[in-house]
Design a binder for this molecule. Structure first.
Ligand code: NAD
Length: 367
């Protein structure tokens, strides 16, 4: 087994020139000739606790593309966990390969040994391309895995809790933007009727809201229609008349063109990386559109992962997820008072939390 641990971008992997490099604590290139494993683990920041984040398997075109992804995703986890008030840092792992054809028990065994070599500094979990069955293979060789117990609510699927967090976030956004403390007759356009989208639609209807939905998948669309949502063409979901736009499909859907066409004055949904680039937070603000930063509103899943780590109750977990609404309200108010975008305010709060913890640690260890 060939372990190359690249600290601060030393070594052959040119991490420092990557635009996603951000003082990551560990970047580990994991190569195992016998099994054919090629993977990268990135630990962004552990000031608040062990770096927790899923392991993704994807057929990246090359190592640089995988590196960009793992650096960006692990950084995102630091911010997400800090904003959710969790005692966890940010990390992520990516396996370079096609999840449909390249999986083997040997690959997961090799991966678990790399994870284990970090002695709990990185704790892995599920992500796209990786199933609970795959994780169980990893868990048979290392303890540093979350999301593999059979006794979890919803069979371990975090989507209902992610949707619950998005739901509470939408309520906070509606209260701030429209001064309304109920979702009665509020219209929400949901892009994507997958797991998160459908659980969200269900919660919205129970709260008296009206929903419109689109999806490229006709089965998922039919299921959303059965829940009472009005079907909208995929190309019309941005322009359709609505109070809230809830992206629950793919990333980068908020760009120069789509923002100008948006009918809703709130963007609040579960999808990751909704902005095509960070400048679009300002474009949204300029158009008078309130943006609930995705890494704040979609933290329900990681809060559930933290619950597993701490062994706390589902009741406490739901309470913590409901706090997403308070965090967003604080962010919205700061943004209004300072003129900064909501995304920028959120990042500043997160940075204050994980940097402050480091300062406290230094003070106490010096004492
Ligand atoms: P999913 O795959 O179950 O659902 C996504 C849905 O979007 C699918 O039905 C798909 O057909 C649809 N879709 C794809 N392209 C589309 C398009 N162009 N227009 C309309 N619909 C389209 O995934 P999910 O678990 O529901 O997650 C949705 C989003 O939320 C993803 O961005 C995911 O990364 C993010 N997210 C999910 C969780 C979670 O707990 N599942 C947690 C955090 C973030």
């Amino acid at each position: 087994m060939n372990i190359q641990c690249l600290l601060k971008a030393e070594g052959s992997l040119n991490a420092k020139v990557s635009c996603s490099y951000d003082n990551h604590e560990i970047i580990m290139l994991c190569e195992d000739e016998a099994s054919g494993l090629k993977a990268i683990i990135a630990v962004h920041n552990t000031n608040l606790g062990p770096a927790v984040g899923g392991c993704r398997m994807y057929p990246y075109a090359n190592q640089q593309q995988a590196l960009e992804d793992v650096l960006r995703l692990s950084r995102g986890m630091t911010y997400k966990s800090a904003l959710a008030g969790l005692p966890m840092g940010g990390g992520k792992a990516v396996i370079i390969g096609d999840p449909a054809t390249d999986k083997s028990p040997e690959i997961f065994k090799a991966m678990s040994q790399f994870i284990d070599s970090l002695n709990g500094k990185y704790i892995t979990a599920e992500d796209s391309g990786i199933s609970v069955a795959d994780l169980k293979l990893v868990a048979s060789h290392t303890d540093h895995v979350l999301g593999v117990t059979d006794q979890q609510e919803f069979g371990g699927d975090p989507s209902p809790l992610t949707a619950f967090g998005v739901f509470t976030g939408i309520k906070a956004a509606v209260a701030h933007q429209y001064g309304k403390h109920s979702l009665d007759d509020i219209c929400i356009a949901v892009q994507g009727a997958g797991l998160v989208g459908r659980y969200l639609i269900q919660l919205l209807h129970e709260a008296g809201a009206i929903t419109k939905v689109c999806d490229v998948n006709s089965t998922n669309l039919r299921k959303a229609k059965e829940l009472g949502a009005e079907i909208v063409e995929v190309d019309d979901i941005i322009t359709t008349e609505a109070d809230v736009f809830a992206p629950c499909a793919m990333g980068a859907i908020l760009n120069d063109q789509s923002i100008l066409l948006l009918s809703a004055k709130i963007v609040a949904g579960g999808a990751n990386n909704q902005l095509e680039n960070s400048a679009h937070a300002a474009t949204l603000k300029g158009q008078g559109i309130l943006y609930a930063p995705d890494f704040v509103i979609n933290a329900g899943g990681i809060i559930e992962v933290c619950r597993q780590m701490q062994g706390s109750s589902m009741q406490d977990c739901r309470k913590k997820i409901a706090e997403i609404a308070d965090t967003l309200t604080t962010i919205f108010k700061h943004s209004q008072e300072t003129g900064k975008t909501t995304a920028h305010v959120a990042e500043l709060i997160a940075e204050q939390r994980f940097n402050r913890k480091l300062t406290n640690n230094r003070v106490s260890s010096a004492a």
